[in-house]
Ligand binder design. Structure first.
Ligand code: HEM
Length: 284
């Protein structure tokens, strides 16, 4: 393995010398960058449905966020595997990395935070019933964060692949469940009802788990608690900035996805993630 790496480095050095330090300019077909990134496909995906100049920013921002949902999903599944292997250090590194992704995802709201109702109205009707509410990846992200709801996977019934993934994710432990199971295996007094439960059901917070977090903060595992707190905060930020984008661009009108809009979003925001990680702070 090492010798392959050394050979590649040597070849790179020879090429740089041949090119007199400049980048390679000639290729027989599409550039290796295009092949790797899939640029041709990627840039063909911005199919706007109106001529409104503002629509492209709306579509690209939404697509960027979709990609980040996929990235977060992949990182948290990795963190769960690391926790299952009792590798806390690796899980903390993964969760911290996902916090950075979340910061970048949230920064993308700036690309939309200028949209006025008049500008949005130019393409809002053309979106028909399309709504972010129907994002299967977002729903998966919420399930991984512990916000479980069977009803919310119904929109995907006619999309067998997305539906099967969500049915599976609903029944599986969330990231929080994996953390609690890890803590239970590692000597913390996590009650059995928190670890041996129906993972598809909504998580019920308890005072015992609250006490566990107080202990975790006094232990070498405090960085795990802090990484999860950072994550929860980023998720709150996503929801808040989404709500602001809604308030700013359409006020209290009903949503394209069939909900009452802002009031529905405000209600759904009340479902907090990692609940005892917050309430335990009062006891510290
Ligand atoms: C001006 C921009 C936006 C407006 C006005 C808006 C509006 C709304 C509304 C009204 C809802 C409630 C459901 C419904 O449609 O009836 C909703 C839900 C949602 N939107 Fe947006 N949205 C915007 C941007 C985005 C973007 C860029 C994304 C990124 C993918 C997104 C993702 C979501 C998600 C995931 C939900 C479901 C939230 C939940 O289940 O709690 N939205 N949006």
């Amino acid at each position: 393995m090492n010798s392959i790496k050394q050979r590649t480095e040597r070849e790179r050095a020879e090429r740089a010398a041949e090119n007199e330090g400049l980048p390679t300019l000639g290729f027989d077909s599409a550039t290796p960058y295009d092949d790797y990134v899939g640029t041709a496909v990627l840039h063909r995906l911005q199919r706007t449905v109106t001529d409104a100049p503002e629509e492209l920013a709306f579509l690209v921002t939404t697509q960027v966020m979709e990609l980040y949902f996929g990235l977060l999903r992949s990182e948290w599944r990795l963190a769960q595997r690391q926790l299952d292997d009792d590798d806390a250090a690796a899980a903390i590194t993964t969760i911290k990395r996902s916090v950075r992704h979340f910061e970048a995802l949230n920064a993308a709201w700036s690309s939309l935070s200028w949209l006025t109702p008049a500008q949005f109205n130019q393409f809002r009707d053309a979106l028909g019933e399309a709504s972010g509410f129907q994002s299967a990846y977002y729903r998966h992200v919420e399930f991984l964060l512990g916000i479980k709801s069977e009803a919310l996977i119904r929109p995907h019934r006619r999309n067998p692949e997305a539906y099967a993934e969500l049915v599976d994710a609903l029944a599986r432990p969330s990231l929080y469940d994996s953390v609690l199971a890890f803590l239970a295996r590692n000597g913390f007094a996590v009650p059995r009802q928190a670890t041996e439960r129906d993972h598809a059901a909504e998580y019920q917070p308890s005072q015992q788990v609250e006490a566990v977090w107080v202990e975790v903060y006094a232990s070498p595992l405090a960085p795990l608690a802090e990484a999860l707190t950072d994550l929860a905060e980023q998720f709150s930020d996503w929801r808040y900035r989404h709500l602001m984008a809604v308030r700013r661009s359409m006020g209290a009108k009903p949503g394209s996805g069939g909900s009452s809009g802002m009031t529905w979003l405000e209600r759904s925001m009340r479902r907090e993630i990692f609940p005892e990680l917050w309430t335990a702070r009062t006891l510290m």
